[in-house]
Design a protein around this ligand. Structure first.
Ligand code: AP5
Length: 222
């Protein structure tokens, strides 16, 4: 029997990680976990995690590892059928903590799927993004909802994220370069990195990702 796929989606803010995670979830029996979504829900619910996370999110920085690792690693170890991570790990310390937590359960990362998009395109995408509170994502120009300001999936109102203001977006991009982009080499050195051209349409990016994940499953079965 095939072993579970333990996948990471890597890429800068606005690369399309959330968009693609949602599509891949429909293709494969895999649980998706988005740290951004978990943290936004915690902020909206006013939990202790949300209160501590908000100032870092609003400033475009990372929420401290000790807060995020606890939330993620505990859930992952119970996802025995595999997982797709969107937004974690975000720096070397998180990547090492993930490696250790998986090794403790005789598991490892199957692949890191990197979606690459140049910076100016990212800013355009993020400024046009709209989403519902369940995380379904649209773009006012390239992927509009069927009915203005309503989610196609659940009819919930669409809104713009607090951290999608241009100044915060630029800071999130700097944080990505400084903290997260070193993970490209981290996973490349381990032979786990797969690169995808994120400037293509969402459907083309999805086709390429789906084919790569299907190949990983086949390789595992052989
Ligand atoms: P998070 O929610 O993870 O934000 P992010 O990584 O900045 O990514 P985004 O959600 O902005 O973009 P995306 O790549 O998912 O793009 P999307 O699919 O929406 O994190 C938010 C904050 O939480 C962080 O800044 C940090 O403070 C904190 N945090 C989260 N995880 C953390 C961690 N592990 N440690 C510490 N702190 C953490 O697409 C963007 C737009 O483009 C959409 O409008 C979409 O419709 C459109 N689009 C998508 N694909 C395409 C395409 N191919 N062509 C044209 N348009 C497209």
């Amino acid at each position: 029997m095939a072993s579970p796929l333990n996948l990471i989606l890597l890429g800068p803010p606005g690369a399309g990680k959330g968009t693609q995670a949602e599509r891949l979830r429909e293709d494969f029996p895999i649980q998706c976990l988005s740290t951004g979504q978990i943290l936004r829900a915690a902020v909206a619910d006013g939990t202790e995690l949300g209160k501590q996370a908000k100032q870092h999110m609003d400033a475009g920085g990372l929420v401290p590892d000790e807060l995020v690792n606890g939330v993620v690693l505990e859930r992952l170890t119970s996802m025995e059928d595999g997982f797709l991570l969107d937004g974690f790990p975000r720096n070397r310390a998180q990547a090492e903590a993930l490696e250790q937590a998986l090794a403790d359960h005789d598991r490892k990362v199957t692949a890191a799927l990197l979606i690459e998009v140049p910076e100016e395109e990212l800013v355009k995408r993020i400024s046009g993004r709209r989403m519902c509170k369940e995380g379904h994502t649209y773009h006012v120009d390239t992927d509009p909802p069927k009915h203005a300001d309503r989610c196609d999936v659940d009819g919930l109102p669409l809104f713009q994220r607090d951290d999608d203001e241009e100044g915060v977006v630029r800071e999130r991009l700097r944080t990505y370069e400084r903290e997260t982009s070193p993970l490209v080499d981290f996973y490349d050195d381990r032979g786990l990195l797969r690169r995808f051209d994120g400037t293509r349409s969402p459907t083309e990016v999805h086709d390429h990702l789906r084919a790569a994940v299907a190949t990983l499953r086949l390789e595992d079965e052989l």
